[in-house]
Ligand binder design. Structure first.
Ligand SMILES: *Cc1c(COP(=O)(O)O)cnc(C)c1O
Length: 193
C-alpha cells in the first residue's frame, strides 16, 4: 500500500520535512503552485491529481512522474505528445466518476475503452484507476462508490487502485485501495488559497 502525501497549499519546507521523515510520494492539484514549489523539493515521486487542461500537458509532464487524473482521450493524447517530446515515460491512472458530488472523471462504463485508447499512445503506461469518494456521512454510500471503482480496475488494467483521502481512507482500504491520497491528516490544515 502506498501513501501519497497531498501537499497542495502546504509550504515547501513542510513537505520536504515529511519526505526526509520517509514519505515517498507527493501529490499536487494546481500546476501554478507546483511550478513554484516542486523545484525546491527532492526525494519523492510526484503525482498530479488535479484537473488536467490539455494546453498545460507539457508543463505537467515536465514536473510530474504520474498523472492520476486522466478522464478523457484528449488528455491522454496531449500527455503522450508531451512525454514523447520530453523523452519521458509517464504513468497515468484513469480517473473514474463514482460520486454525484464530483465534477470530473470518466463514466465507469467507458473506462475500459478509454484505457485501451491510452494504451495505444506512445510513452504512456496505464497504471490503474483513481477516484474520489462521495462527500457523505452515510458510510454505505462511500462503500458502494469505492466498490464500483474497484470493480473497474480489471477492465482498465494495471495494479493501482487510488482511493481514499483523510476522511475516508479506512473505508477505501477495506474496498481494496492500494494507494491512499492524504493531505490534512498528514500536514494539518491547508493555507488559505
Ligand atoms: C485534496 C485532495 C486529496 C487530499 O485531501 P485531504 O482531505 O486533505 O486528505 C486527495 N485527493 C485529491 C484528488 C485531492 O484533491
Amino acid at each position: 500500500m502506498a501513501i501519497v502525501g497531498v501537499s497542495k497549499r502546504q509550504p515547501a519546507a513542510v513537505v520536504q520535512a515529511a519526505i526526509d521523515a520517509g514519505l515517498r510520494e507527493i501529490g499536487e492539484n494546481y500546476l501554478q503552485e507546483a511550478r513554484e514549489k516542486l523545484p525546491a523539493i527532492v526525494g519523492a515521486r510526484r503525482h498530479f491529481i488535479g484537473h488536467l487542461q490539455t494546453n498545460k500537458a507539457k508543463a505537467v509532464v515536465e514536473l510530474f512522474d504520474v498523472v492520476q487524473s486522466v478522464d478523457r482521450r484528449e488528455a491522454g493524447v496531449a500527455l503522450s505528445r508531451a512525454a514523447v517530446a520530453a523523452g519521458k515515460e509517464l504513468e497515468v491512472l484513469v480517473q473514474l466518476n463514482v460520486s454525484p458530488t464530483e465534477r470530473f472523471g470518466c463514466d465507469p462504463a467507458e473506462a475500459g475503452r478509454l484505457a485501451e485508447a491510452l494504451r495505444g499512445l506512445p510513452n504512456l503506461r496505464v497504471g490503474g484507476v483513481m477516484a474520489l469518494g462521495p462527500i457523505s456521512d452515510d458510510r454505505s454510500v462511500v462503500e458502494r462508490a469505492f466498490a464500483r471503482a474497484a470493480a473497474v480496475l480489471p477492465q482498465v488494467g494495471g495494479t493501482t487502485l487510488s482511493l481514499g483521502m483523510s476522511a475516508d481512507w479506512r473505508i477505501a482500504l477495506r474496498a481494496g485501495s492500494t494507494m491512499i491520497r492524504i493531505g490534512t491528516a498528514i500536514f494539518g490544515p491547508r493555507e488559505a488559497p
